[in-house]
Design a protein around this ligand. Structure first.
Ligand code: FES
Length: 125
């Protein structure tokens, strides 16, 4: 293995890439929401995942998190999408994040009143 690839493999192991069951992408704006609203939602998401031991975890609800600057929806944000379910949420301001983490990520029940689209992967077609 080349040196750069070996370095990346080591980083992936530290991040437990290969162990998580979900990946959450949160758009931090600033077209779907203000940069302030996006940043606030991101901070709460990080804290909730850490407090519930979902981030950097090997448990059944282990979840990787990524902040992004656009998911191409660009209104009604912060926009958040969870894979592999492909559940797309709108209006995910900081106050909604704790309920989302508990009900969707821990209990496995998407909050349907906040969901505007679904695209599970692999797509059952
Ligand atoms: S800026 Fe958030 S979806 Fe485009």
């Amino acid at each position: 293995m080349s040196e750069p690839l070996a370095q990346l493999t080591g980083i992936a192991e530290k991040l437990l890439i290969g162990k998580f069951h979900r990946h959450v992408f949160l758009c931090i704006g600033n077209s779907c929401c203000s940069a302030e609203a996006g940043a606030a939602a991101w901070e709460v998401l990080k804290k909730e995942l850490k407090d519930r031991n979902l981030s950097l975890s090997e448990g059944p609800a282990a979840c990787y998190r990524t902040k992004v600057q656009c998911l191409r929806v660009c209104t009604g944000g912060p926009i958040l999408v969870v894979y592999p379910e492909g559940t797309w949420y709108g209006g995910m301001t900081a106050d909604r994040i704790p309920r989302f983490v508990q009900e969707h990520l821990v209990d496995g029940n998407p909050i349907t009143e906040w969901v505007f689209a679904r695209n599970p992967l692999p797509n059952p077609g």
